[in-house]
Design a protein. Structure first.
Length: 213
């Protein structure tokens, strides 16, 4: 299933072309400074100025190649799916009364945001979903698993893997909202992104236990 998904996104990237891919990624904050109190590393889609060649373009379509994303930037991207495509501006210190500010308005279309939100909700709530291990009966969660390979070439078998998991409350009216984006290094032969889910599970349990409705 993961392999077929990779083929689908690789073909989609080739169809739209490198220039359009770069425009899309730039439009959601790649190769740009993040508006945050602490300077953060920029997310990037290429080590050079542009995506070079069809192989790199295809690999970029499913998040491999030379794509690098800052975890805080990843969290910001996920906020857009709950806000009709508008990406929330992050801030460092907790505030009781905060007026929402947006970093990128219209980062995604409303239609795309709805489709993605529906998809990541199924990831956690469908028994066959890759994030079902974190499913709860008392409220709805949405999430996305992911594994990034770190290797010198396609033939390299000694490289490591980064395990990703993002989990959030998709309902904007949720009384105890949460958004977690986790990345764990070297999850190869440790369960991949499933290893990260198990790390997030006690965090969620503690949050919802200490923040009842």
């Amino acid at each position: 299933m993961i392999y077929s998904d990779n083929i689908y996104f690789a073909k989609a990237a080739l169809k739209i072309g490198a220039e359009e891919m770069e425009n899309v990624l730039s439009g959601i904050g790649f190769h740009g400074e993040m508006p945050f109190e602490i300077k953060m590393g920029e997310s990037s889609y290429s080590n050079a100025e542009h995506i070079e060649g069809e192989i790199q373009l295809a690999d970029s379509g499913y998040g491999q190649g030379q794509v690098l994303v800052n975890p805080l930037h990843m969290a910001c991207i996920y906020t857009s799916f709950c806000n009709h495509g508008d990406m929330i501006k992050p801030y460092l210190l907790y505030k009781n009364d905060i007026k929402t500010e947006y970093w990128i308005s219209g980062a995604f279309s409303k239609k795309t945001s709805r489709q993605v939100l529906d998809g990541i909700t199924k990831v956690v709530n469908d028994p066959h979903g890759t994030g079902y291990a974190i499913h709860r009966k008392d409220l709805t969660l949405a999430g996305k698993t992911g594994t990034a390979e770190i290797k010198a070439s396609k033939e390299d078998t000694s490289g490591t893997e980064l395990g990703w998991f993002a989990v959030l409350t998709p309902n904007k009216k949720e009384k105890k909202p949460i958004l977690i984006v986790s990345m764990v290094e070297d999850v190869k032969r440790r369960g991949g992104s499933g290893y990260v889910i198990q790390k997030d599970k006690p965090v969620l349990e503690k949050w919802f236990r200490e923040n009842p409705e």
